[in-house]
Design a protein around this ligand. Structure first.
Ligand code: PLP
Length: 442
């Protein structure tokens, strides 16, 4: 525990913080200096329950001994190894390990270092796949309103959170968006998948009619749009999207940066929904957030489309210096071991009913206009304050920090997704803090 007096003032710090209100934060910082299991600790030694798994990534809880030890061992043994025309054994072992968990024939894995890189990699794979098959005219990429696909150029372009796009100009050419599925008039206070809205998938038909389907390479959606406010897909929606893609030869990409690794009670969200995409992007929980890593899974026919021509050609001129970094592979292998030993990839399914009850018990508290949930995710949407959208959400975030919980908000939507190791008493504790916070917000 550090002495409060030793905490430096941050007002003139060089650190340009990402996705943060820099000036406000540096005047009144919320710092975390240690973590263990379900909890963070502030430099003053205050304990906070982690309500959003860090940034939706620490699925097995913090500082897990097996993962920490595996990384410590690895860094002393092989700190870095190039992955271009070279290799190290753990990369192959880890790819096989996670491929075994993937749905259908999505058994080929391309490593990246983040969700953003996974998304841009998947978009490039989609374009190159069509070109390899003689369909290079398929150049358009379709995203969805309110979708979040990271912050690189491709992901920003297909993303649909307006605030994340509007200051960056024209982004990538040939991108369009289908409508989002959020409909509070019909679906408020849904438990699990909302009943209404499967027909919103037909919006893809509208874009096919507008652009001609033979110009469309891929559609990317999050099975559950998490960062954009936890938008759960209506019953039948993902199935319909799959059918339309099949009809027109369009690749379907599921961005599972959050929904993979047990969040919905199965290793991948695709398995929970029973819909098989052509590519899956992941990151975050792949290493329990311990070392940055991402991965793209692809179906066999996509991989095979690249494995043609002379063997002395580089099949995919793409990759990162740190693709399959030894520390990430070591962390990932240890993470998978912890997930397996503790049944964490299916634990959300067991906790789901209890979690759902506790979440929906907040109905009726001031400003709450919707509560929704799926797997071990819940969102509490607050009515925006007149003339100041987002301010109630911000207040909820800072008040929760004062009362002993770390939670994420997207505008006026509180998003909860705790580590999958959470116990029922801790679910109670988390919602009790949120209840207390909601009672004090004006
Ligand atoms: C669905 C989705 N895609 C991509 C990303 C970007 O991941 P990263 O921040 O690791 O680049 C995120 C991050 O929250 C995400 O939720």
């Amino acid at each position: 525990m550090n002495d409060r007096a030793t905490i430096p003032t941050l007002e003139n710090s060089a650190f340009f913080m990402p996705f943060s209100m820099n000036r406000q934060f540096k005047k009144a910082p919320r710092l975390l200096s240690r973590a263990e299991g379900m909890h963070y600790y502030t430099p003053e030694g205050r304990k906070l329950i982690d309500g959003t798994s860090g940034l939706w990534c620490v699925n097995a809880g913090h500082c897990r001994e097996k993962i920490v030890k595996a990384v410590q061992k690895q860094v002393a043994e092989l700190d870095f190894a190039p992955a271009f025309q070279m290799g190290h054994p753990l990369a192959f072992e880890f790819a096989d390990r996670i491929a075994a968990l993937a749905p259908g024939d999505l058994k080929r894995v391309f490593f990246t270092n983040s969700g953003s890189e996974s998304v841009d990699t998947a978009l490039k794979l989609a374009l190159a796949y069509h070109r390899a098959r003689g369909e290079g005219h398929r150049m358009r990429l379709i995203g969805r309103e309110r979708g979040y696909h990271g912050v690189n150029f491709g992901g920003t372009a297909v993303g649909g959170v307006v605030g994340n796009r509007k200051i960056f100009g024209a982004l990538v050419a040939g991108v369009d968006h289908i409508r989002h599925t959020h409909d509070l008039q019909k679906n408020a206070f849904s438990r699990g998948q909302p009943k209404h809205g499967a027909e919103l998938a037909d919006d893809l038909e509208r874009l096919c009619a507008l652009h001609d389907p033979s110009t469309i390479a891929a559609v990317i959606v999050e099975p559950v749009a998490c960062s954009g406010g936890v938008l759960v897909p209506p019953v039948g929606y993902l199935e319909r999207l799959r059918a339309i893609c099949d009809q027109h030869g369009i690749l379907l990409i599921f961005d599972e940066v959050i929904t993979a690794w047990g969040r919905l009670g199965k290793p991948f969200g695709a398995q929970h929904f029973g819909v098989l995409p052509d590519l899956i992007t992941t990151a975050k929980g792949i290493t329990n957030g311990t070392v940055p890593m991402g991965a793209v899974f692809m179906r066999e026919r996509i991989y095979q489309a690249f494995m043609t021509g002379p063997e002395n050609t580089i099949e995919m001129p793409h990759g990162y210096t740190y693709s399959s970094h030894p520390l990430a592979c070591a962390a990932g292998l240890a993470t998978m071991q912890v997930y397996e030993e503790e049944g964490l990839l299916t634990r959300a399914a067991e906790l789901w009913p209890y979690w759902e009850e506790q979440a929906h018990a907040l109905k009726g508290l001031p400003h709450v206009i919707d509560i929704r949930n799926i797997g071990l995710i819940a969102a509490i949407e607050l009515a925006p304050r007149a003339g100041a959208p987002g301010m109630r959400g911000l207040e909820a975030h800072t008040k929760a920090f004062e009362k002993g919980a770390y939670i994420r908000v997207a505008g006026d939507i509180i998003a909860l997704a705790p580590p999958l190791i959470i116990r029922k008493e801790e679910i109670d504790e988390l919602f009790e803090i949120v209840r207390g916070v909601l009672r004090t917000i004006n």
